[in-house]
Design a protein around this ligand. Sequence first.
Ligand SMILES: NC(=O)c1ccc[n+]([C@@H]2O[C@H](COP(=O)([O-])OP(=O)(O)OC[C@H]3O[C@@H](n4cnc5c(N)ncnc54)[C@H](OP(=O)(O)O)[C@@H]3O)[C@@H](O)[C@H]2O)c1
Length: 370
Amino acid sequence: MTEDTAYMERALELAAMALGRTSPNPLVGAVVVRDGEIVGEGYHQKAGTPHAEIHALRQAGEKAKNAVLYVTLEPCCHYGKTPPCTDAIIRAGIKKVVVAVKDPNPLVAGKGIQALKDAGIEVSLGMLEARARRLNEAFFKYMVERRPFVTLKAAMSLDGKIATSSGDSKWITGAEARAYVHRLRAENDAIMVGIGTVLADDPLLTVRLPGEDRKPLRLVVDSGLRIPLTSRLVRTAREVPTVVAAVKGKCQAEKKEKLESAGVEVWELPEKEGRVGLCSLLEELGKRGVLSVLLEGGSTLNAAALAAGIVDKFIFFYAPKIIGGKGAPGPFGGTGINLLKDALEVAELSWERIGADLMLVCYPVKPAKE
Ligand SMILES: NC(=O)c1ccc[n+]([C@@H]2O[C@H](COP(=O)([O-])OP(=O)(O)OC[C@H]3O[C@@H](n4cnc5c(N)ncnc54)[C@H](OP(=O)(O)O)[C@@H]3O)[C@@H](O)[C@H]2O)c1
């Protein structure tokens, strides 16, 4: 690793410190370096607060003059909730800016870099770009497609079972993996499950971590409003935002009213084969500014999401145990495929130990768009 890349590594590390806190803004980190010494560091901590570059420049003070700024995303050049960072960089006397990746936001998209160049600042683009994109994968998708990034999470045994054939499923993975799922929840704008999971498990779908106050939207796909008024989700809907996505024309008015008066938002969406159209649902979420969704099952919804091509990332937890049994379910129900050549391929596999379990992260290989 060159010294240069080490500074960008540090900027990426700083950016990641705000995981789950910046939506709808991206995670950004910045480092100011003069004469081989880091003189300022910063990261964007929360939407509406100063950007990473501003924190780093403030810390550097006078030392920013003739220094190099490493930043994980192209600096902004427009007035949003805060003034343009390019102005602050120019004023501070920075001589060179190293940018990991161009901002996909059409309001910026290269204009920030141009503004710096116009002011006589040297700009280099593309250092650790792939990592910088991955860090903000939801933001990049949303900026281009205006639909949220969907991460499918499933926990299973080594032989791919999410329950025994008698239905016993609590718990397959250990306490550390389960705590990790709460972190994943905190990093996403919404958590989605099918009504089957609500009826079977009566989950709360909240973030339960010490010191964490994020309340991602809880979303149940439930075509005909089968969700019980006594479920924990409905009973806590006044404290945690809760949406039930149903099929237009399939909702009983009286049940809808009861849910709404309990604090649940009911969305009536177009159907696809009699169930909630998942693409319409993503569009609706996008319109409401939801950038990321954690899909937590069950297997019927997982299979439908896979078939609809809406999954952007998989996080699989494997517990070091074997369950067996022909009738024991796996994470994907539905009918599956007939021919191996039609299997969904995944790429970019990475894994780590979480307590006694194994966490595997990968991405579906999507067919290139014509
Ligand atoms: N180990 C794990 O990681 C894990 C995670 C979650 C759940 N689980 C287990 O999975 C089981 C529940 O799974 P499940 O397969 O019975 O139910 P599910 O996938 O949670 O829910 C499926 C239901 O969602 C509704 N739905 C609405 N729109 C849909 C669409 N476009 N596509 C698919 N479904 C849609 C359908 O009911 P309507 O037709 O009435 O709308 C469907 O029957 C539970 O036993 C739970 O414990 C395990």
